[in-house]
Design a protein around this ligand. Structure first.
Ligand code: URA
Length: 265
């Protein structure tokens, strides 16, 4: 898919979200909040649901939590515009209450379709409701700052999930900010690990060059050994130190990065 096709596919989903009536949240919303960001990104942030400010703006993370999220993203040398930001539920739960299970279920197909289009290398969960979609049964206090392979059923077919506290965690108590900063500091290395994993899995599904039939030869007979292997088993997350950034397809235009700093685009 080209960037333009991906952007167009995301806009189709956003248009559906804006007129959605699948759950009660449409009755009280001002504007639905489909999500926004770079359609060519490798990193998708998934929050819980729009707050009061987002409900007015129709954009995710534009209030106090959003300002902190932007600062956290910038703290690792990335830009907010480099990533895609969306939520588990796309409409404001009135009074900023928690989204209810049936509301999350009604909205889930939108998130799945967004992830299927974006095919991110890393999904960053912000908050417990997002965590419960991507690491069901886990507690944020146990897994924050860590990653594991995403279940492809989430729509993220080949991604690592990176768990973070919601930015509001630091708004309630400023002393929590350092936890968020430390956690997001592990995100660049997680992106490198995710790229390595995707490359390994892609290589495992490609037949070796010698086994590939030449374009003008007959396909192998049914009795020939199967060249294609199953995708490698999901590897646990590894935070290996960055030596050289992998020259992936979509980043590092221009200046050389520091050895231990990864930038998007
Ligand atoms: N909190 C969220 O989880 N999402 C937003 O978009 C804003 C605040």
């Amino acid at each position: 898919m080209t960037d333009a096709e991906r952007g167009a596919a995301l806009e189709v989903i956003a248009d559906e979200v804006r007129v959605c009536t699948r759950c009660r949240l449409h009755e009280t919303r001002a504007k639905a909040v489909p999500g926004e960001g770079n359609p060519d990104t490798e990193v998708v942030f998934v929050g819980e649901g729009p707050g009061r400010d987002e409900n007015q703006a129709g954009r995710p993370f534009v209030g106090a939590s959003g300002r902190l999220l932007t600062e956290l993203i910038e703290s690792i040398g990335w830009q907010r515009d480099d990533v895609f930001i969306t939520n588990v539920v796309k409409c404001w739960p009135p009074g900023n209450r928690d989204p209810q299970p049936d509301e999350i279920a009604a909205c889930a197909p939108f998130l799945e379709r967004q992830l299927a289009v974006l095919d991110p290398a890393v999904v960053v969960t912000a908050g417990k409701h997002s965590l419960s979609v991507f690491m069901p049964g886990e507690r944020i206090g146990r897994v924050h700052g860590t990653s594991r392979p995403a279940d492809p059923a989430t729509g993220a077919r080949d991604a690592l999930v990176f768990a973070m506290y919601h930015p509001a965690f630091a708004l309630y108590d400023g002393s929590n900010r350092s936890t968020l900063e430390t956690d997001i500091g592990g995100l660049p290395e997680t992106l490198l690990a995710a790229r390595d994993r995707r490359a390994d899995r892609a290589a495992a599904t490609e037949p070796p060059a010698a086994a590939r039939p030449a374009a003008d030869t007959e396909p192998p007979a049914a009795s020939d050994p199967e060249p294609a292997a199953e995708p490698a088993a999901a590897a646990p997350s590894t935070f290996h130190p960055v030596v050289e950034p992998d020259p992936g397809p979509s980043f590092l235009v221009g200046t050389e990065p520091d050895a231990d700093q990864l930038t998007l685009f």
